[in-house]
Ligand binder design. Structure first.
Ligand code: BGC
Length: 565
């Protein structure tokens, strides 16, 4: 099958826009939809096929917009529904598809349905839309179960009504994010309407937030106690009462039917990409079985250390698993939840998604494998990140770019505590840095903040003084810049018949700690992860390189794309 016969989403390069930090057209310090419209030419020149827009809905912003107060409107912070329609139309005019975030696991505690549930009281149909339970212990003063929240502390919050404390409600994330009760068919019907609302407006797809957590074990069993927190284990294990439950199958098949009905009516394809950390890989593959979701993020690349053996094993594992089920593998180097790739690869140890702000709390020792120590070698990290981008775009299947990756932006690791906004920072008393460092507004132009993000308003998170050289304008005409590398690579990727979805074959022709694979017709990708430069394969011509070659050799932490005889 050639790339022209394949559905667009099997080959696509998708650019993630985090609206709050992308472009601030009304100069109030916060990005907005009009800013997104104005930067569509930039995205077109970058060469992406689609964008994924993180939540743009009305929200009290307790979790950066992943606390949705109205699923069918745009936050006044970001604009209006008319702006969203304009964005869709202008993106489509440029051949750019639009995916948006669907947040079906939880809403904001200001959502009218949750407010109604609070007022309606125990046992009411309104409360049955959420997980309200009586507490345990004397007077129900203890949470109903031992479940721990992913943001720290208990996953239950007690309601304090006019007559004092009463029932508790479940929140897997912040207390401001009550979980919907997917065992109640009214919740599924509500989300059917939400999905159709956006598909009818022309949205091409939905990124499903926490896609693996919607269904809960309605017997609410305690989970094994984590000795360090004293709470039930919140992270995935097989049989966990909220991760990857069998009920997800029916939910996802129903959504797929809704999406397919658009194509059947000649209205174009609508697709899903799931956010899920389900392990093992075989369990995740159930999500992309025929009749279920189109794609699911493959976070393995994001978590993988910068080491040839680990990368090759990770790539193989994913390609084999996805091919067996007929789904394309998505590749991801970063997103709004993880330490930026330049910084991850600049650490003494690579392969961990988050940064610690200070002394690890005792209980974090258990999770030490997820957290990086300081310091960072940004130059090393950027060199590797550039090579990783060429690797990512050469692999079979769709690829995601998190805004700013194309500029080589590092994580901002020294944000002062008083500007931080992430609930995971507050709920761990500041011991986890949280995700603000990857959400700093983009630098577009100029020599000082706000670097063209807005006109002169102070951005909602401060931008580093050193970002002048990293702005779009600074990199625009520079052939050696990371932006130029991305543009050039994406142009080759879209034109080359070997790239996009398909297969690869490993080659051992180049010795050492290298990744070298070929794709038909006539394409090779070589990444040198050894300490010494390596030669090019015989007869190969370089199409693009992530850094300068040395006497015809490929230096350490450098990738090349090759035209093969
Ligand atoms: C989102 C996070 C968010 C969490 C809760 C994640 O999947 O990517 O940003 O905090 O869901 O909604």
């Amino acid at each position: 099958m050639t790339s022209t016969d394949r559905p667009w989403w099997r080959d696509a390069v998708v650019y993630q826009i985090y609206p709050r930090s992308f472009a601030d057209a009304n100069n109030d310090g916060t990005g907005d939809v009009q800013g997104m419209v104005e930067r569509l030419d930039y995205l077109q020149s970058l060469g992406v096929n689609a964008v994924w827009v993180s939540p743009w809905y009305p929200s009290p912003m307790a979790d950066g917009g992943y606390d949705v107060a109205d699923y069918c409107d745009i936050s006044p912070m970001f604009g209006t529904l008319d702006d969203a329609d304009a964005f869709l139309a202008c993106a489509h005019e440029r051949g750019i598809r639009v995916l948006i975030d669907l947040v079906p696991n939880h809403c904001a505690n200001t959502h009218p349905a949750f407010r109604a549930a609070l007022s309606a009281g125990p046992g009411s149909p309104e409360r049955s839309l959420f997980h309200f339970r009586d507490g345990s212990g004397p007077d129900g003063a203890e949470p109903p179960t031992n479940w721990g929240s992913l943001f720290g502390g208990s996953a239950w919050e007690r309601v304090v009504g006019p007559d004092g404390p009463e029932q508790w409600y479940l929140h897997m994330f912040a207390p401001e994010q009550p979980d919907w009760n997917w065992a109640n068919p009214a919740v599924a019907e509500f989300f059917d309407d939400v999905i159709r609302f956006w598909f009818d407006r022309g949205v091409d797809g939905l990124r499903v937030d926490v896609a693996d957590g919607l269904a809960k074990d309605m017997d609410y069993p305690d989970t094994p106690i984590d000795p360090e927190t004293g709470l039930g284990q919140a992270t995935f294990y097989p049989g966990h009462p909220w991760w990857n439950r069998p009920e997800l199958d029916a939910i996802q098949r129903h959504w797929r039917d809704i999406a397919d009905s658009y194509a059947e009516r000649g209205l174009g394809e609508r697709i899903f990409v799931c956010e899920s950390n389900v392990k093992p890989l075989d369990a995740l593959m159930r999500f992309v079985e025929p009749g279920r979701m189109h794609t699911t993020f493959n976070f393995d690349m994001l978590w993988c250390e910068w080491e040839a053996g680990s990368l090759r094993a990770m790539i193989d594992r994913n390609l084999v698993a996805h091919a067996a089920i007929g789904a394309p593998t998505t590749w991801v180097l970063g997103n709004h939840d993880c330490t930026r790739v330049v910084t991850r690869y600049g650490k003494p140890e690579t392969g961990k998604p988050f940064t610690l702000a200070g002394t690890p709390p005792e209980w974090l020792h258990r999770f030490a494998e997820y957290f990086y120590p300081l310091p960072t070698d940004a130059a090393l990290g950027r060199r590797r990140a550039r090579a990783a981008a060429l690797l990512e775009f050469a692999l079979p299947g769709p690829a995601y770019i998190y805004q700013g990756e194309e500029l080589g932006l590092p994580e901002v690791e020294d944000l002062p505590d008083e500007v931080r906004d992430d609930p995971s920072f507050f709920r761990t008393n500041g011991r986890i840095a949280g995700r603000d460092g990857c959400r700093v507004p983009l630098p577009w132009s100029g020599t000082r903040s706000p670097y063209g993000f807005g006109v002169d308003a102070e951005p909602w998170l401060p931008q580093p003084a050193a970002w002048a050289d990293l702005s779009v304008a600074a990199q625009d005409g520079d052939p050696d810049s990371t932006l130029s590398l991305y543009r050039h690579a994406l142009a080759i990727r879209s034109a080359h018949p070997a790239l996009g979805d398909g297969t690869l074959a490993w080659s051992d022709e180049v010795p050492g700690h290298v990744l070298y694979f070929t794709r038909e017709p006539g394409f090779g990708c070589l990444v040198n992860l050894s300490a010494e430069p390596v030669p090019l394969p015989g007869g190969a011509q370089v199409l693009i390189a992530s850094g300068p070659l040395e006497d015809g050799l490929v230096p350490t932490d450098t990738a090349v794309w090759l035209d093969l005889p």
